[in-house]
Design a binder for this molecule. Structure first.
Ligand SMILES: *Cc1c(COP(=O)(O)O)cnc(C)c1O
Length: 469
């Protein structure tokens, strides 16, 4: 494979709307189409890209780990996101993540042994999948010479942007977080990595609206997932899943849904691979909302909103948000990374669901926390939002939508240590009153610590007692 250094003129930006028309060059900083106001895609003139004949060819780069671009789990697939000259790529070794078969979690979800794998995106440098996208956004920011970048965040986006700014030293960042909801592991990262941190007196949806206005007003480079370059990086999660499955396509890919950037990126990745003849069939996609932040579930499963060839019925969306505002409904879930009521990538996600015969489900916080405990007991663990994927598989198995013999991959989006309060809250006794207030009073897989006297005999007795249980 040849280098991708001469490829900048083959990438361009276009509206996702079929009524778009215009294309914009990749040197422009846009987060929506100036003509249609729709989200933008990065598209490529694939005839001019040296795409390999088979995904297996990317394996050659495994033996060249001293080249940071070949080492990166994102950029070793750079022919599939060829928008950047190689000398502009900003990488910090992201994407060294693993696909791990878990029979323990398979049993919990109701799948046959060998059929469930967990894609541990928490193993990224900042501890969440966001790094896959942020390396691409940071690269584009570097290409256009941005000196200040910003994002609104439920926590992980800010941690990721902050680490790229800190390590690369190429730009400063300002992060907008909502008040009170951010998990401490994530807030601690933004502070530690030196980001200017603004706590907006509002929730994530408020912070996102503000950051978009502020960036437009002040010419700051915006790194939320309305930035189409971020999604280019997130496509590589799909490539690594296929790599982990020896380039076979699973029956199902299951992902938690918040702002819907990930599910959107997955759909784009799979459509492109199909178009390029690099996969023969499409997997099915399941996007899992928290019940307390279930806009996609409501619109897609309850009201029948569909991609509809790029012209989804806007009136359905408008009516839904109007009603939400009238009731002053706010997103509310312990799975803080998906506590989002106005997913910015809604339309792109509809396209992904259309391409992958997708389904959407909602899971309660109890189901999510139980699933999280099972992931923890059977593997490396994850943060609450990530476990929505496993809870979702379990629900889809119960319904019979997923078969016991189906091959399923769950994306574990964030690291176990991101939100220790949620974990300790679940396992520790007595029940955290804050959780009881939210109607959470069941702990199926609790592993509570035992208090014991500071005494040898007492300790030995306690261990014997606990072993018998
Ligand atoms: C951002 C995030 C999500 C939601 O992903 P979207 O692309 O916004 O749908 C889920 N889990 C974790 C841990 C996240 O950080």
């Amino acid at each position: 494979m040849s280098a991708a250094s001469d490829l900048t003129d083959i990438a361009f930006q276009t509206s996702i709307s079929p009524d778009g028309g215009e294309t914009y060059d990749i040197g422009q900083v846009l987060t929506s189409c100036p003509q249609t106001n729709e989200l933008l895609d990065i598209n490529y003139d694939w005839d001019r890209v040296p795409v390999p004949a088979s995904m297996r060819e990317f394996e050659r780069r495994w033996s060249n780990r001293r080249n940071p671009l070949d080492f990166s789990g994102v950029w070793r697939f750079r022919e599939l996101l060829p928008f950047a000259p190689e000398d502009r790529i900003v990488t910090i070794g992201e994407g060294q993540t693993i696909l791990q078969r878990s029979d323990y979690v398979a049993r919990y979800a109701g799948l046959k042994p060998g059929q469930l794998s967990l894609q541990y995106e928490g193993l990224n440098p900042s501890g969440s999948f966001k790094d896959n996208g942020m390396t691409a956004a940071a690269t584009h920011a570097h290409m256009v010479g941005a000196k200040l970048a910003a994002c609104a965040s439920t926590g992980n986006t800010s941690a990721s942007l902050a680490i790229y700014a800190g390590v690369s030293g190429l730009f400063q960042v300002v992060v907008f977080v909502g008040s009170g909801k951010i998990a401490y592991g994530k807030l601690s990262q933004a502070l530690d990595y030196g980001a200017l941190t603004l706590q907006i007196l509002g929730d994530f949806d408020d912070a996102l609206r503000q950051v978009q206005d502020v960036c437009r007003e002040a010419g700051i480079y915006l790194c939320n997932s309305v930035n189409p370059f971020r999604l280019e990086g997130q496509k590589t999660i799909i490539y690594r899943i296929l790599e982990g499955l020896n380039w076979e396509v699973p029956d199902w890919i299951v992902v938690p849904g918040g702002n819907l950037g990930n599910s959107s990126a997955f759909g784009k990745a799979l459509l492109e691979l199909k178009q390029l003849g690099l996969i023969a069939e499409m997997p099915r996609l399941a996007v899992i909302n928290a019940a307390g932040a279930n806009t996609l579930y409501e619109l897609y499963e309850q009201r029948g909103l569909r991609w509809n060839g790029g012209r989804p019925e806007q009136a359905l969306v408008d009516a839904f948000y109007k009603d939400m505002d009238a009731r002053n409904r706010r997103a509310n879930t312990l799975a803080s990374a998906i506590e989002i009521n106005r997913p910015v990538n809604l339309k792109k996600c509809l396209r992904a669901l259309d391409a992958c015969r997708g389904v959407v489900r909602e899971c309660t916080d109890e189901e999510i926390l139980d699933a999280k405990a099972m992931v923890g007991a059977g593997g490396f663990g994850c943060e609450p939002a990530s476990a929505a994927s496993v809870a979702g598989v379990r629900a889809l198995r119960r319904e019979g939508v997923i078969a016991a013999s189906d091959r399923v991959v769950c994306i574990l989006t964030g690291h176990q240590l991101k939100d220790p309060d949620a974990t300790v809250g679940y396992h520790a006794e007595p029940l955290d009153p804050k959780l009881a207030q939210r109607g959470i009073n069941r702990r199926l897989y609790q592993n509570a610590p035992t208090v014991v006297e500071n005494d040898l005999t007492a300790i030995l007795d306690a261990i014997k007692r606990l072993q018998k249980q």
